[in-house]
Design a protein around this ligand. Structure first.
Ligand code: ATP
Ligand code: MG
Length: 113
């Protein structure tokens, strides 16, 4: 099992969610977040705040998928989250030890579908 965390533009959430659902990945968590990546305009100031210190509004999407669904999940996010511009976001991938569906106590791959 793998955990995919994708930090995307909030405006891309619906398209990403639909893309994932259509790709057979209906279970996601979405969290509003604020963050900053590498900013190109270190010296600019906006209302007295150095621009590199401004936190952008983004959406964190979390998906736990089988190893065999990793590539389709990542590619779907790439296809639907990109404007082709800086600030499009990032994807992080982790190994997941286990998952448990609380209602049935079923574990492992069956718990994530
Ligand atoms: N190394 C990181 N660790 C944690 N969060 C990150 C990291 N890099 C980016 N983020 C998050 O992703 C969001 C979008 O990052 P962003 O796309 O601006 O990255 P970047 O490295 O500046 O690349 P780009 O050149 O596309 O702007 C940030 O607002 C931040 O929330
Ligand atoms: Mg950036």
């Amino acid at each position: 099992m793998k955990k995919i965390e994708a930090i995307i533009r909030p405006s891309k959430l619906k398209a990403v969610q639909k893309g994932l659902k259509d790709a057979g990945i209906p279970c996601i968590t979405a969290v509003p977040v604020k963050g900053t990546g590498l900013q190109k305009t270190f010296s600019e100031r906006y209302r007295g705040t150095e621009q590199s210190m401004i936190l952008q509004t983004r959406t964190l999407i979390i998906c736990i998928v089988s190893d065999s669904n990793l590539d389709v999940c990542v590619n779907t996010i790439l296809d639907h989250a990109s404007e082709g511009n800086v600030g499009d976001g990032k994807i992080f991938i982790y190994h997941v030890e286990d998952a448990i569906r609380i209602s049935t106590r079923v574990k492992g791959g069956e718990a994530i579908i």
